[in-house]
Design a binder for this molecule. Structure first.
Ligand SMILES: C[S@@+](CC[C@H](N)C(=O)[O-])C[C@H]1O[C@@H](n2cnc3c(N)ncnc32)[C@H](O)[C@@H]1O
Length: 175
C-alpha cells in the first residue's frame, strides 16, 4: 500500500492467500483513498497463467518464510517478472546458522525474538502442505540467497545494515 501511495503513477497488485487480510487491506486503501493498488486473493505458489512476464518489480515483505514451498513461490515470482525485473525479499535479519543465532550474547539480537516466535507460529504455518520446506522466520540470509539463486535469480545485494530486517535484492536473468 505504501508503494502505491508513494508512487502514484505506478500500478500495484497486492496478493495474499488470506481472505480476511485481503479484505482488510481493501478497506484500508479505500479509507486512505489509494486508487492505484488492487488486492487479489492469490496463492504465491500458483500465480495466474497470464501473469507471465507481467511485472517490473515484485516485493515480498516478511512473507516468503511462511510459504510452505518457498522455492515454488520464487519460481512463480520469477515467471511473473519481465526479463531483468527486480524482486525484493525482506525478512528478519538473521544468519541461517541457528547455533550462532541462539547463542548470541546480544540480548537484543533479532534471533532471540524471532526464534520462539518462529517455532510457535511461522514453522507450523509453513508446514501446512505436503513436502513443505517449513522455513520459518529464522530461515536466514544464506539459505534465502541459495533458494533465490536456484530459482532463476541473480542476487544483486544482501543488505543487512538494519538490525531487524534484511533486504535481498534479486534480479530475474535477462537470458
Ligand atoms: C508475516 S505476514 C506478512 C504480511 C504482510 N506482507 C506485511 O508485511 O504486513 C505473512 C503473510 O503471508 C501470507 N501468505 C502465507 N502463505 C501464502 C501464500 N502461499 N501465498 C500468498 N500469501 C501467503 C499470509 O496470509 C500472511 O498475510
Amino acid at each position: 500500500m505504501k508503494i502505491a501511495e508513494d508512487f502514484p503513477q505506478s500500478s500495484v497488485v497486492s496478493i495474499d492467500i488470506c481472505q480476511e487480510f485481503t479484505e482488510h487491506c481493501r478497506k484500508e486503501a479505500s479509507l486512505r483513498n489509494i486508487r492505484n493498488v488492487h488486492f487479489e486473493l492469490q496463492d504465491a505458489m500458483s500465480l495466474p497463467k497470464d501473469w507471465s512476464e507481467r511485472f517490473d518489480y515484485v516485493i515480498a515483505n516478511n512473507t516468503i518464510h511462511d510459504i510452505p514451498l518457498a522455492s515454488q513461490a520464487l519460481l512463480e515470482i520469477n515467471r511473473s517478472l519481465k526479463p531483468g525485473g527486480l524482486f525484493s525479499m525482506a525478512e528478519f535479519n538473521i544468519s541461517s546458522n541457528l547455533g550462532k543465532v541462539i547463542s548470541s550474547p546480544d540480548s537484543k539480537a533479532m534471533g532471540r525474538f524471532a526464534f520462539p516466535l518462529s517455532l510457535y507460529h511461522c514453522v507450523p504455518v509453513s508446514m501446512s502442505s505436503e513436502d513443505s520446506l517449513a522455513l520459518g522466520a529464522c530461515v536466514g540470509a544464506e539459505r534465502l540467497q541459495k533458494i533465490a539463486e536456484s530459482t532463476g535469480f541473480v542476487v544483486k545485494k544482501v543488505d543487512r545494515s538494519d538490525p531487524k530486517f534484511m533486504h535481498l535484492l534479486c534480479m530475474k536473468k535477462k537470458e
